[in-house]
Design a protein around this ligand. Structure first.
Ligand code: FAD
Length: 465
């Protein structure tokens, strides 16, 4: 890998090779996992290149192809599984400055890959009262390219499902890793090839996303004496078609009191909660619905005199729940689960009864394939890697699906299935395997059997032959 020759070829582009900056930009939130922390702590690239245009991306990819240098794309580096970490060194392609919001129309927005989600919404709200359908809880920092290439869903998924659902990404423009990089326009089924592929089969240079009506969502927290009552409330609310909610998140005691320090005064330590975002016009109906339950409203942003210092409700949910817990107790980690419907709450209860406070529960209600489902990001009071594996196995033995956040490969992470179509696409877009090497086992290991019987979030593109 001749980095000096590469640098020479990239003359005039924005390049950084200061070791401290290179190391910082070679990291994401991999340290959420004690397993990945140990495996990936040493990982660093050789050079950060920050293109400003698609032409510059093409120039970088052509030069890296010529010199056989790996390229790992990076948005904001908030991924949790080492997705954006350059396992084989080389160039970290920082797309943060390709952040223009280029066009807004009814129901759609076109942006550069580095546009931060909250910035996109600011522009679309001001333009025409619209917002993105869904965002990770890292809304204020994550890039749209990184979300599409590394995320799965989040706030808004209770209405709109996940990124994997057809229609939730309209179009992706990508650049291939070849001697003469080509630009591809992907729509329909084809966007799924690049989604949640960790940038292993193309660099996204433009994104077109669907929009929905924006509201001044009201943050609400409802307290419960019993966690399963909180979960049941979330489940019942999720099917109230007349009440518009953007977020329904049950979280078990003592997580709220122990880890949500800025909100602590609103909770008792033994109180489980449901965190919600409710549309203003749905508030009266929501209050009537809540009055029928065992819940007690402990926080309403529209009635709170002083919101200073309080994070938005969504920054208590999704993987922010884990972040807040780790900040207080660094030994904590987490899992990603799905509790299969229709008896999802029975699965949740079985795990709550089995593990108690070793695995405090955190649920996210989502709408998948037209039905309400429940995902989990339970905390784990980590002791050893062996016990963590055992906890995962017990979940799986009980019919729960685990998308293992303690693995950095696509296949072992369990969200994205590699199949024959996916492999053929990679051969076409990155024949030398220089894009984010080490993340797709089926590419690196010809003997790997990718025809797994597992359930994947992003399913195979076609049944593998
Ligand atoms: P990065 O971490 O920079 O990149 C993610 C992946 O995409 C990497 O593999 C990278 O190589 C690739 N990539 C980046 N840009 C491009 C590009 N232009 N072309 C091709 N490949 C590219 N995720 C969720 O889905 N839902 C959540 O609710 C959620 N909550 C989170 C909460 C916290 C506190 C944290 C730390 C993480 C959370 N995440 C969540 C994970 C992550 O924040 C999101 O997926 C986020 O959208 C990633 O965006 P990013 O710009 O930081 O991507």
């Amino acid at each position: 890998m001749d980095i000096a020759a590469l640098k020479h070829d990239l003359d005039g582009l924005k390049i950084d090779d200061h070791p401290a900056i290179v190391q910082q930009k070679s990291r994401d939130f991999y340290w959420y996992s004690p397993v990945l922390k140990q495996q990936l702590d040493h990982v660093t690239g050789d050079l950060i290149v920050t293109p400003k245009t698609e032409e510059e991306v093409i120039r970088v990819l052509a030069a890296c192809h010529r010199h056989g240098v790996p390229v790992t794309p990076r948005g904001s580096g908030t991924g949790n599984y080492g997705q954006a970490m350059p396992l084989s060194g080389g160039v970290v392609l920082n797309l943060a400055e390709m952040n223009a919001v280029k066009a807004i129309a009814p129901g759609r927005v076109v942006t550069g890959p580095g546009a931060v989600l909250a910035e996109i919404d600011r522009a679309t709200r001001a333009h025409s009262g619209q917002e993105l359908r869904m965002s990770p809880s890292t809304y204020n920092t994550a890039s749209i390219g990184g979300f599409v290439a590394g995320g799965s869903g989040g706030v808004g998924s209770i209405r709109w499902g996940g990124l994997r659902d057809l229609g939730n990404v309209i179009r992706l423009r990508t650049v291939t890793m070849e001697a003469e990089p080509r630009v591809m326009e992907l729509t329909g089924e084809d966007v799924l090839k690049v989604m949640h592929a960790y940038g292993t089969n193309g660099i996204i240079t433009e994104v077109e996303m669907p929009l929905t009506a924006a509201y001044d969502w009201i943050d609400v927290i409802v307290g419960f004496d019993d966690f399963m009552d909180a979960a049941g409330f979330g489940d019942d609310l999720a099917v109230q078609d007349g009440i518009l909610a953007k977020l329904i998140t049950p979280i078990a005691a003592p997580i709220p009191y122990d880890y949500f320090k800025r909100h602590q005064k609103f909770f008792r330590r033994d109180q489980s909660i449901v965190v919600l975002m409710i549309a203003p016009h749905a508030m009266d109906a929501f209050l009537a619905f809540t009055a029928r339950s065992k819940g007690e409203i402990v926080f309403r942003a529209d009635k709170e005199a002083d919101l200073k210092g309080l994070p938005p409700a969504y920054e208590l949910t999704w993987n922010h729940t884990t972040l807040r817990a780790i900040r207080v107790d660094p030994t904590i980690t987490y899992l990603q689960a799905r509790y299969p419907s229709p008896d999802h709450l029975a699965h949740v209860k079985a795990m709550v009864d089995r593990f108690g406070d070793e695995v405090p529960s955190h649920l996210e209600f989502i709408r998948f394939d037209g039905a309400i489902g429940v995902a989990g990001l339970p905390l784990v009071r980590f002791t050893t890697a062996e016990r963590l594996d055992e906890i995962i196995r017990i979940h799986e033995d009980n019919g729960c699906w685990i998308f293992n956040p303690h693995r950095y490969t696509l296949e072992e992470g369990g969200m994205k299935q590699t199949d024959a179509v996916q492999l053929a696409f990679k051969r076409e877009t990155d024949p030398q395997g220089l894009l984010n090497p080490g993340k797709m086992i089926a590419w690196e290991n010809p003997d790997y059997d990718y025809r797994s019987g597992k359930s994947f979030l992003f399913k195979g593109l076609r049944k593998a032959g």
